[in-house]
Design a protein around this ligand. Structure first.
Ligand SMILES: C[S@@+](CC[C@H](N)C(=O)[O-])C[C@H]1O[C@@H](n2cnc3c(N)ncnc32)[C@H](O)[C@@H]1O
Length: 291
């Protein structure tokens, strides 16, 4: 079987199993087996696959057909250009969340610039952030990579998720600037410039209706936001004021259709809602607020 035949047959098979973008998925799986960038497959369409390659590819396609996510099969995903390892203990980082991380590091970098001319702190000023519900560590690690002076607290209730996050931080050489904290009842030791979070926000009863890749493979504790999906926003609106410096900001991802409720929750707790930002598909997805 050639590379092209392998892709075509597998794409057809995955399509019949209702896998989204079956051709792309087949190409990514074969690229993984052959240890090639996906685009290089196009230069190798006529290359014959060895028996070992064919067998490994078939095995992976079978797993994908059973709706195991591509990222779990490959063992990692790309987030803000960083390779982030994933397993069953963590939510697979989503492209929408890259915007949240980007807004976070832009704010920390701007804060750093505003602070330097003041020369009020001779030993230098360290921007700080709390990533509430860090999961794989993707946001915390992106902030630490993009803001070289920053110190980040990466908090999660799940010890298994924190294990994965620690490995990812080490892989990107930021483990010395990220403190990992396992807690369900966070009490800060010091105040932060930024609190960032992509908390669980799916209403409990909706979880069963999600695609199998999400429902069966992302941890339930990373999805379940309580009866109306808003439990974590109520908690953060009530508690996170006490976690921020006076000039600090909170930035939160939320689900489609939740913008008005979440704005209401934060305004009721006397936050100033500075902006509701849209993701790249023009859906309102991020709240930015100050105290
Ligand atoms: C939607 S996932 C986000 C993971 C990662 N930040 C991302 O954006 O991909 C939510 C995370 O919140 C964590 N979590 C759930 N309840 C929590 C709690 N009470 N305190 C801290 N973290 C919690 C979950 O374990 C999960 O890792």
């Amino acid at each position: 079987m050639t590379v092209l035949e392998g892709i075509q047959k597998s794409a057809e098979f995955l399509g019949k199993k209702s896998v989204e973008s079956p051709r792309l998925q087949a190409e990514l799986l074969l690229a993984h087996v052959l240890k090639l960038p996906r685009m290089k497959l196009y230069l190798n369409f006529e290359r014959a696959l060895t028996d070992a390659e064919t067998n490994s590819f078939r095995e992976l396609v079978k797993r994908r057909a059973q709706r195991e996510p591509l990222q779990h099969i490959i063992g990692s995903t790309s987030f803000c250009g960083l390779e982030i390892a994933v397993n069953r203990s963590v939510l697979v980082p989503r492209p929408e969340t890259e915007l949240l991380a980007e807004l976070g590091w832009q704010f920390l970098l701007e804060s750093t610039l505003q602070c330097v001319p003041a020369r009020e702190q001779p030993e230098g000023w360290t921007p700080t952030a709390l990533d509430f519900g860090t999961g794989s560590g993707c946001i915390a690690i992106a902030l630490a990579v993009k803001v070289p002076d920053a110190r980040i607290v990466a908090l999660d209730v799940s010890p298994e998720a924190l294990e994965m996050a620690k490995q990812n931080a080490a892989r990107h050489n930021v483990a010395n600037r990220v403190d990992f904290l396992q807690s369900n009842d966070f009490q800060p030791q010091s105040l932060f410039d930024l609190v960032v979070s992509n908390p669980p926000y799916i209403p409990s009863a909706e979880i069963e209706t999600l695609e199998p890749e999400v429902r069966d493979y992302d941890p339930r504790g990373a999805l379940d936001g309580g009866a109306d999906g808003l439990d974590f926003y109520r908690r953060l609106a009530g508690e996170a004021r006490g976690w921020l410096k006076p000039s600090g900001k909170i930035m939160l991802e939320f689900g489609e259709g939740q913008a008005d409720s979440i704005r209401g929750i934060f305004e009721t707790e006397n936050w100033i809602v500075e902006a509701i930002r849209e993701d790249y598909t023009h859906r309102q997805r991020i709240l930015i607020a100050t105290i």
